[in-house]
Design a protein around this ligand. Structure first.
Ligand code: FES
Ligand code: FES
Length: 157
C-alpha cells in the first residue's frame, strides 16, 4: 500500500509517496526528487558513491531505508554549495583537478565534508582513513587527498 512520507532535504520539506517504507533513501532522492548528487554505485554499502548527510553524519543512502530517516535533516551535494558559492571542498576539488570520470566524487566530497566538520586540521593519514570506504576506480586518490587538505587549510585560514 502506498505511504506518504515527509523528508527534509537541503532545508526543504518534500513529500514522497512510497510503496515500501523500507525503500532506500537513495531512490527517493534520485528518482522522486530528481537530485543527482547522490549516485548509485554498488547498492551494497561498498563504494560510497551514494553518500549523503543524515543529521550531519555521512551515511550510505543506498542501504538506508526511508523508515529510518524520519524528520532528521538530509543534505545532498546540491545542498552543500552552489556554482556561484561553492563549498570549500567543491572549490578545492576543482583547484586540484581531482576528477577523472567523476562518478565517485560527489560521495567523496560528502564524506569529506562530514569528516572535516569533526576534524578541522586532519593529518594525511586521518584523511586516508576517513575516506577508506569511498572507492575511486580512476585512481585519483592522491589528488583527492590534496583537495581535502586544501579545503581544510582554506577553512582554517
Ligand atoms: S551505492 Fe551506496 S555504497 Fe555504493
Ligand atoms: S574519478 Fe572516476 S571513479 Fe573516481
Amino acid at each position: 500500500m502506498a505511504t506518504t512520507m515527509k523528508l527534509t532535504v537541503n532545508g526543504q520539506v518534500a513529500t514522497v509517496i512510497v510503496d515500501d517504507p523500507n525503500m532506500p533513501l537513495l531512490y527517493a532522492l534520485r528518482d522522486t526528487l530528481g537530485l543527482r548528487g547522490p549516485r548509485f554505485g554498488c547498492g551494497l554499502s561498498q563504494c560510497g558513491a551514494c553518500t549523503v548527510h543524515l543529521g550531519g553524519q555521512a551515511i550510505r543512502s543506498c542501504v538506508t531505508p526511508m523508515s529510518a530517516v524520519g524528520t532528521t535533516p538530509v543534505v545532498t551535494l546540491e545542498g552543500l554549495g552552489t556554482p556561484a558559492k561553492p563549498h570549500p571542498l567543491q572549490q578545492a576539488f576543482i583547484d586540484e583537478q581531482a576528477v577523472q570520470c567523476g562518478y565517485c566524487i560527489n560521495g567523496m566530497i560528502m564524506e569529506a565534508a562530514a569528516f572535516l566538520a569533526q576534524n578541522k586540521s586532519p593529518t594525511e593519514d586521518q584523511i586516508k582513513d576517513a575516506l577508506a570506504g569511498n572507492l575511486c576506480r580512476c585512481g585519483t586518490h592522491l589528488r583527492i587527498v590534496r583537495a581535502i587538505k586544501r579545503a581544510a587549510a582554506a577553512t582554517n585560514a
